[in-house]
Design a protein. Structure first.
Length: 548
């Protein structure tokens, strides 16, 4: 068998290595247009920031190692330009010599990944304007940073890579501004969680401008980027990082008649087969299924690429290993703020027709009395009809990967909120609270779904609405330190004597630090005949906007 794999990095190299193990007599060849065949692309921002000090730490394996260890032939700087599906031949261009070559195949795996989107802007071709897709990009950026000629930088794009680049540039002492066209950073996350992350980054000195489009990049007399012009401002800069998104590298495949969707993603079945015989596709160039909706989706993640790269080999001759799909589990570190998610977002759940309930629940990441405990906030999204957990996010300076992985597993198993609340999770003070954060969040959700509690999300509270009473039940000292504009302080200890100050005919929102005192106030006011009341979900701990 001749197995030809187009593309390396994660999916392609994983497929090649397993294919050689499963079929030791097969001829396995990797063709990649990159200078490197296997490297850790997710580590590029940390290489720029110097956290990963040496280039070789990111290089997983070299072409020589593939040949010596596995007998796999690797051709770097070779770009696939045309597929003859009838003749089972791929035309490949040697980017060093510009010579065209042909590679025949019995089975073909397309794992060509994605390319950076480069917007059509005036000044986009200036010096010191960089993309961040491959190791060569990262090397150029790091060389520029290490030259000492950069004191300020603009990152265009507020997704994972853009924000990680902003963090790492800031670690190098560079003043960073992030510009995002959408109204929030972290597209795909819920607005409340993204707002918390934005607030955390701003506190670290990064300027973030959302809802602004970039109009052009101005240059200096040396032909270098000098300023970024947006719809609202002009930002002086020494360097521009483009991180506005990626697009599947599939033009040559589509020209050969391989079916793709409107985004350019190669369409495959659950066994990675395309519409063409003997051609399969995996990684950032191919679509996968969303576990919950069943619809085709895009999951350009290293985790997805590695899993699918391994599974595809089992389906070269027979359909043996189907891929269950993805559910959007992701995590990012932004300075000391950790942000994770899984399942479908609140917006997507509503668009899919679910009648949902949500909660925001602050807790410590371990026993509150154990030294080193740090705060986290858990958001749950559940279907009111079935009680199933649909999605979740965890954000904070504490440990967030453990709880998000717990919930991700629960969602994959079809778990209800009630079942989540009953999980038997590991507990001892150095690692967790007796009531784990996910269980506390599930219990709050159960109270909401049972009608014992009404809440309002911070992103949905209009603090300037004169008809809404915002009653802060924290102590006077807490209130003086920081409060939501237009809120009124009635400490919980004084509520039984001062409740008449709250107008029964107007809606009231009760505020405290994390929600416990507000819930106690909620129950007390209910007993006194107040029915138009709610607590602020997450309290001041989850409030991501300005305070007074």
């Amino acid at each position: 068998m001749k197995l030809l794999i187009l593309g390396g990095v994660a999916a392609g190299t994983k497929a090649a290595a397993r294919a050689k193990r499963e079929y030791p007599d097969a001829s396995v060849t990797i063709v990649t247009q990159d200078d490197y065949v296997a490297y850790a692309g997710c580590g590029l921002p940390y290489f720029v920031g110097g956290i990963i000090s040496e280039e070789r730490e990111l290089v997983v394996r070299t072409p020589d190692e593939f040949k010596l260890d596995n007998g796999i032939d690797v051709f770097t700087r070779h770009q696939a330009v045309k597929i003859d599906t009838d003749g089972h031949v791929v035309m490949v261009r040697d980017l060093s010599s510009n010579e065209d070559k042909t590679f025949s195949y019995d089975k073909l795996i397309i794992a060509t990944g994605a390319l950076p989107i480069i917007p059509a802007l005036d000044g986009i071709s200036l010096k010191r304007v960089f993309t961040v897709r491959g190791l060569n990009d990262a090397k150029k950026i790091r060389a520029m940073v290490d030259s000492g000629k950069v004191s300020k930088a603009v990152v265009i794009g507020g997704g994972f890579i853009g924000l990680e680049m902003a963090e790492n540039l800031a670690h190098k002492g560079i003043k960073v501004s992030v510009i995002e066209l959408k109204e929030q950073i972290l597209p795909g996350y819920d607005a409340d969680i993204a707002a918390i992350a934005k607030s955390a980054m701003i506190k670290k000195g990064v300027d973030i401008f959302t809802g602004e489009g970039v109009k052009k990049i101005n240059g200096n007399t040396a032909g270098e980027a000098a300023a970024v012009v947006t719809s609202a401002r002009i930002i002086d800069t020494d360097m521009v990082i483009l991180s506005v998104g990626i697009k599947p590298n599939t033009g040559f495949a589509i020209e050969a008649g391989i079916a793709a969707d409107k985004r350019g993603l190669i369409i495959t079945d659950e066994y990675f087969h395309t519409n063409m015989p003997d051609i399969l596709a995996v990684g950032d160039c191919a679509s996968v299924k969303n576990r919950q909706s069943g619809h085709d989706t895009y999951s350009p993640m290293g985790s997805t690429a590695n899993k699918t790269g391994r599974l595809v080999v089992a389906n070269l001759f027979e359909k043996k290993a189907s891929f269950a799909g993805v559910q959007g589990t992701a995590i990012v570190k932004l300075f000391d703020c950790n942000v994770a998610r899984t399942g479908i977002s609140e917006v997507d759940a509503i668009e899919a027709g679910f009648d949902i309930e949500t909660v925001l629940v602050p807790t410590p990441d371990r026993a509150h009395y154990y030294p080193g405990n740090k705060p986290i906030i858990t958001k749950l999204i559940a279907d009111k009809e079935t009680g199933k957990v649909l999605g979740a996010s965890v954000v904070g300076t504490g440990v967030v990967d453990k709880p998000i992985d717990t919930i991700a597993t629960g969602i994959a198993m079809g778990m209800t909120v009630s079942q989540l609340s009953m999980l038997d999770l590991a507990y001892t003070p150095p690692f967790a609270s007796a009531m784990a954060s996910s269980i506390v969040a599930a219990n709050v959700m159960l109270n909401k779904m049972d009608g014992k509690l009404k809440g309002i999300n911070p992103c949905k509270l209009d603090i300037n609405d004169p008809n809404i009473q915002m009653i802060d039940v924290r102590t006077e000292g807490e209130f003086i330190i920081n409060a939501i504009p237009n809120a009124v302080n009635i400490p919980f200890e004084e509520l039984s004597q001062r409740y008449n100050e709250i107008d029964k005919n107007k809606p009231a929102v009760l505020i405290c630090k994390v929600g416990r005192r507000a819930y106690s106030a909620y129950l007390q006011l209910q007993r006194k005949g107040y029915d138009n009341i709610a607590i602020l979900d997450g309290g001041m701990s989850a409030w991501p906007f300005e305070t007074v």
